[in-house]
Write a protein that binds this ligand. Sequence first.
Ligand code: NDP
Ligand code: GDR
Length: 361
Amino acid sequence: MIVQDSKRRVALITGVTGQDGAYLSEYLLGLGYTVHGIKRRASSFNTSRIDHLYKDPHAGDVPFLLHYGDMTDSTNLIRLMQQIRPTEIYNLAAQSHVGVSFESPEYTANADAIGVLRLLEAIRILGMEKETRFYQASTSELYGLVQEVPQKESTPFYPRSPYGVAKLYGYWITVNYREAYGMFASNGILFNHESPIRGETFVTRKITRSVARIETGLEEIIYLGNLEAKRDWGHARDYVEGMHRILQADKPDDFVLATGETRSVREFVELAFAEVARSIEWRGKGVDEIGVDQKSGKTLVRVDPLYFRPTEVDLLIGDASKARERLGWTPKTSFAELVKEMVSGDLEIARREVANGQHRV
Ligand code: NDP
Ligand code: GDR
């Protein structure tokens, strides 16, 4: 049984500069938490997603603090944990791009697999097992090659990428430390979740950004990989609330968070273009397939095998009944609302670029 000092609500978020880190920081600050985030040193500013939350600590007592750190450096993680003594840790840091994990498999394993172990060991080394709850950002990529649909907590794992395999280690080491040392350590098995601040190289944001840039004349065409892949896409804002609920449960456990609906990349493209009143007609097959604007006849989408993965995950659709029943969590944003919000966010950015004199093609 974990006994927490009810007055102290101090969260440590790794991966605070990422999509989920930004939404979770905002959510926890709204609940009155003191939030500490770990950011990586970079040669240029990398905090654009959280700048609106940050106040200079010189101004006095501020609830949001950032620290330099890296998941590959245990000395740094131990020191930070010792200084901060968080009551909740959200481990969101990861090399999170599935395609890139085929290019950098060793680094992905170091950050995404061993990084989890480093944090769990830091809790043990500092004797914080009874005061700190641990959330691990697990993923629907664990399911990989389809074994069962919809996928739920009991569905067997069969990861299909170095990223998925590294996350498999992260999942099991979290379960093992819970069972071996009685830690409050839980996995959230989250299906894809997106937003207007999603990284620009994930397929949803890549599409909405290009739709906006094509619409404003900044770009002419979008190159994509596998159009048939199906994903269960939700909104990141809803999912970070689920992460928090997972750590407020009576006991540590593993939970799927998903919408229960699935769409193909092709459907996402069609809906995103429909937001700017364009309808796509598909012509050709396989690598020669193109998407044409029905009105103008212009080619807007082209398939490029560069974006195919050596092994693909064809179909993800999650069953989040356990989270609904035990945590009272349900997603609030529909697929159509998500696409609308993302296209609208990217249109705003593209129009600003145009207004600032960016070159038109
Ligand atoms: P992002 O890629 O947007 O953010 C990843 C974060 O991790 C960034 O802050 C990044 O820093 C940081 N990071 C990467 N490598 C390191 C490292 N070696 N040391 C310290 N920090 C590092 O991912 P999301 O916000 O989308 O996802 C959050 C987590 O949830 C990830 O672990 C991801 O694998 C997992 N997940 C995501 C899902 C999704 O659909 N979004 C679904 C299921 C799981 P920097 O900004 O400097 O790059
Ligand atoms: P995913 O997300 O691999 O599901 O991982 P991504 O958006 O990268 O790919 C989704 C599907 O779209 C296909 N695809 C393309 N993908 C990208 N990135 N770029 C393209 O041009 C393209 N064309 C088609 C992919 O092949 C794939 O099938 C995300 C990440 O956030 C992980 O960290 C997280 O764990 C999982 O979601 C759940």
